[in-house]
Write a protein that binds this ligand. Structure first.
Ligand SMILES: [Zn+2]
Length: 67
């Protein structure tokens, strides 16, 4: 299945029986991030934790606004 990154619009091909593919199918509201953006967010999250200014954004919209 093809998925599009919500942040940079990169199209990625997901193997159908991966955990993420199943998650996306079962929960259409769940949005996909490519590995680049995922790593970037993870990095930013770690930085926030390190500075004590950590906010966990549940929705992808919040993450989008954050960029
Ligand atoms: Zn991306």
């Amino acid at each position: 299945m093809r998925v599009k990154c919500v942040i940079c619009d990169t199209i990625e091909e997901l193997v159908d029986d991966t955990l993420e593919a199943k998650r996306l199918r079962n929960r259409p509201i769940h949005t996909h991030m490519c590995s680049n953006c995922h790593d970037r967010i993870e990095q930013r999250t770690k930085e926030r934790i390190a500075t004590g200014n950590f906010h966990f954004y549940r929705s992808s919209r919040k993450i989008e606004e954050d960029f």
